[in-house]
Design a protein around this ligand. Structure first.
Ligand code: NAD
Length: 438
């Protein structure tokens, strides 16, 4: 990538690749293409679409149900997880939910298409699915997206899409190929599919509060689950079962959870990303070794080239003040985004329909695929992951880190080869000012 001041990465990379494809040049990035392209992979309105799920936890199970509810002709065809108990639990839960909605016939996962193991993605893809839902820990996402694109299937990818910069560069390359192949890439950055958020962000982009000077994003919440280590678990199994607490798997909480807040800032800024960040963070409450080596709080300042500042706070500590919201300050007013409210030069409150953003993602994705259109969320799903990883790098190192440095970072957290009996990557808890930026 050439040196640049105004990230993100997507269009630059896309344009380089698109030179090879005149058709690809006419696809607007980040949105549904209204064009029906030669070679675009799609299915007619009445034909079944086979859906595969990889990562059968809470979010994967939810995404599978939403995929099936999006269209009666969608069938769940194959599922995979690192662990067989997660596969059978998810299939049982989904069957019950679908039966309850009179949609049980859409569950077409036979025993032969229930796969366990770290290589389950290969077998789910080989089973002949049209669409894959990726909801395992994010450290595996670059490898999974590469494989799905190679196989030519549409992708729903939960956020974040990598935990390190080398992984993000792999996702960028794979998504450029997906664009040329006509594959949809829908991101689990679900705020962008919330009707109220769409309405308020549109107004902010249209200047409802004048020039945006600053944004404050809070994801201040409580502690998450911990699975007590069982005597039979290897170190690898323990890390996979408790993936939130291992940076190579989750990206740390700034990437795993707070990415939503950061993505919202970037969206308000019309997908122009900050040029640098510095950050304060550490672990005060989750200090036990069971919690791996992630932090439990970050306070990060992002700076944009035009002078806009984003103040971002995330915390996972019980017994503390909680707030998940975004506050936007402009020259002529302000907005509280989660209240869908604007005050100042103009006053406005969203009064449109309420809807389920998780369901909307799947409704829009399957409608596009069936209409021979494509949705491509790759630019913001990659750049917002980069924004989160940039913040983490700044916090762990204690340095002021530029976007360019972060994007070019060679720090690879996820090993190239992994097996259940591998020794998992371990690292020391980062100490700002001591841990080196790499
Ligand atoms: N968009 C949202 O609002 C939202 C909400 C929650 C979670 N998420 C994201 O969804 C993903 C999953 O989160 P979750 O809450 O469902 O976690 P979870 O722990 O409930 O589920 C993850 C599953 O992945 C499995 N797994 C681990 N390694 C695997 C591999 N190599 N291949 C296949 N499966 C593997 C685990 O065994 C587990 O069953 C994460 O990326 C998370 O950030 C998004």
């Amino acid at each position: 990538m050439t040196k640049h001041d105004s990230p993100g990465i997507g269009r630059r990379s896309f344009l380089a690749n698109a030179a090879a494809s005149a058709a690809a040049l006419s696809i607007p990035a980040g949105s549904v293409s209204a064009l029906s392209l030669a070679g675009l992979v799609h299915q007619g309105a009445g034909e079944p679409l086979k859906v595969g799920l990889v990562g059968c936890g809470g979010r994967g199970t939810g995404a599978a149900r939403q995929a099936l509810m999006a269209n009666e002709q969608n069938v769940l065809w194959a599922v995979g997880d690192a662990f067989s108990d997660r596969v059978s639990d998810a299939v049982g839960e989904l069957q019950e939910a679908l039966d309850g909605s009179q949609r049980g016939a859409q569950m077409q996962v036979s025993k032969e298409r229930m796969f366990a193991g770290l290589d389950c993605i290969d077998r789910v893809l080989d089973s002949g699915v049209d669409v894959i839902l990726l909801a395992s820990p994010p450290g595996f996402r670059p490898m999974q997206i590469e494989k799905a694109v190679k196989k030519g299937v549409h992708i729903f990818a939960e956020k974040p899409v990598a935990t390190d910069a080398p992984g993000l560069r792999r996702v960028r390359a794979a998504c450029d190929e997906a664009r040329i192949k006509g594959l949809s890439i829908v991101s689990g950055l679900c705020y962008r599919y919330h009707h109220g958020r769409r309405a308020v962000v549109q107004r902010l982009q249209d200047g409802a509060i004048g020039e945006i000077l600053a944004m404050q994003g809070n994801y201040l919440t409580g502690e998450l689950w911990l699975k007590p280590r069982q005597p039979s678990w290897t170190d690898m199994e323990n890390q996979l079962r408790n993936w939130l607490y291992h940076t190579w798997l989750s990206g740390d909480l700034i990437a795993e959870q707070h990415i939503h807040t950061l993505d919202l800032m970037a969206w308000i800024k019309q997908d122009v990303y900050p040029t640098r960040a510095y950050s304060l963070g550490g672990r005060q409450k989750r200090t036990d070794a069971d919690y791996g080596y992630v932090y439990d709080h970050f306070a990060t300042v992002y700076e944009w080239k035009d002078g806009t500042r984003g103040f971002s706070y995330c915390r996972q500590q019980n017994g503390c003040f909680r707030d998940v919201d975004e506050y936007v300050m402009g020259t002529q007013g302000q907005s509280r985004v989660f209240q869908h409210a604007i005050s100042g030069k103009t006053s406005w409150n969203y009064d449109g329909p309420q809807s389920d953003m998780y369901q909307n993602e799947h409704d829009e994705m399957f409608a596009a695929i069936r209409a021979g259109k494509r949705i491509d969320n790759s630019d913001y799903m990659i750049n917002s992951t980069m924004m989160a990883v940039l913040g983490r790098m700044a916090a762990y190192s204690g340095k002021d880190v530029t976007w360019q440095e972060a994007w070019e970072s060679k720090e690879q957290l996820v090993p190239d080869v992994l097996a259940m009996d591998s020794v998992p990557p371990t690292d020391a808890i980062a100490i700002p000012g001591v841990t080196r930026f790499r």
